[in-house]
Design a protein around this ligand. Structure first.
Ligand code: FE2
Ligand code: FE2
Ligand code: FE2
Length: 167
């Protein structure tokens, strides 16, 4: 066991993963015709989100929006510059093509996230508001774009009509 700061980090990671996992499990339960089990997964997922929030708050992980943008920029940068390239090489050397594709999608998209956050930080520092517009997300690779969905995803080719709109 580490010190409390380390324990908060790992508890935050675990609760965050549980939240996501339960939401995916809920989708699967819906598809398999178990709506109440799906609801249970969604309910517990919501509770794990409360735990995740409390842990992150307790470790001082939520700052001002400027601080949060800086934290987000460095996280995305680490992912697309160091973590995913290394993971991709490893997956290729193990001939795990599904993992390789999954990592490659993430490399490209984290770079875009990094750039979107950087632009937001720049505008914030200049005292300007970002343009009021929705974002569109590719359901296959996570490609993220402001304004409107493209005809086809430039990263993976999925049709733009399937993009998820974020208000
Ligand atoms: Fe929990
Ligand atoms: Fe990202
Ligand atoms: Fe895509």
């Amino acid at each position: 066991m580490g010190n409390t700061q380390e324990n908060l980090q790992s508890a935050f990671a675990g609760e965050s993963q549980a939240n996501r996992k339960y939401l995916f499990f809920a989708e699967k339960a819906e598809k398999e015709g178990h709506p109440q089990i799906a609801r249970l997964f969604r309910a517990v997922a919501e509770a794990e989100t409360v735990h995740a929030y409390n842990h992150l708050e307790a470790m001082g992980g939520i700052g001002s929006t400027k601080d949060n943008l800086m934290a987000a920029i460095s996280g995305e940068e680490y992912e697309f510059k160091e973590m995913y390239p290394e993971f991709t090489r490893q997956a290729a050397s193990e001939k795990n093509m599904e993992a390789r594709t999954s990592f490659e999608y993430a490399i490209g998209v984290e770079k875009i996230h990094h750039d979107l956050y950087q632009k937001a930080l720049k505008d914030l520092e200049a005292g300007e508001q970002l343009k009021d517009e929705p974002y569109f997300i590719c359901p296959v690779c996570g490609y993220t774009v402001a304004g409107e969905a493209p005809k086809h995803c430039p990263m993976c080719g999925a049709p733009g009509s399937q993009f998820k709109r974020v208000e």
